[in-house]
Design a protein around this ligand. Sequence first.
Ligand code: FE2
Ligand code: FE2
Length: 261
Amino acid sequence: MKFLVVGDVVGKTGVERLEKELPNLIKEKNIDFCIVNGENSANGKGLRIKEYERIKKSGADVITMGNHIYYRKEMATEYIKYRDLLIPANITNLNGNHNVIIERNGKKIGVINLIGKVEMGDIIEKNITDPFKTIIEQVKEVKNKGADYIFLDFHAEATAEKIAMGHYLTGMVTCVFGTHTHVQTADEKIIDYKTAYITDIGMTGPTDSVIGLKKEVALKRFVEGVYAKYECSENKAWLNGIIVTTDDNTNNPIKIERINM
Ligand SMILES: [Fe+2]
Ligand SMILES: [Fe+2]
């Protein structure tokens, strides 16, 4: 099977680029299943129902989130209602779905969302359980439900934490892909022929920005050292992600390739 995973959709131009490219990409590359991280789709911060619907309509089977889960207050009671919208499994103070299993081509595909504990900010650090403990419970849960394939979106800042997770889960899951830093890393590989891995799949958002933030605002913050309110860039967006191909006899990944459009 072929799985397409698309990195953090950021803002207006990110959503528009996704809507334009995703249907073609799914068709041209013969994609069987698609996961999209949507945590920045609502003007760079969080996701609302309207972005959920637009991303789903573009072809996403599952949407994952990250540290911006709290930003859209109205979503606090909504996450749980959408079975294919996941929030990180180790978040303790928000109601939502942590994993999902979807059947496709006679196989059961499990998707899990998880957040890192290193440099993720006070709100996250105060309200999470240990990702390395939580993930074992999550993997058990989806395996008990009969998952043939398991994909983990590990939303984390620290490169080392993500690499460690890849090694920790080798042989237990099909793919560990990192999100959150918005910059695609060139370290895609299949660890021990068992688990596809990449530190970060990148973002689907404005290229001429500072990870999605308007560059003028970022420079004010960094160069002048003063507070400047967040403004999402609306510059032209690229689309970043990966395609993972699996062997349906062994259920192991056989190929991981980066997409950078
Ligand atoms: Fe993000
Ligand atoms: Fe994030």
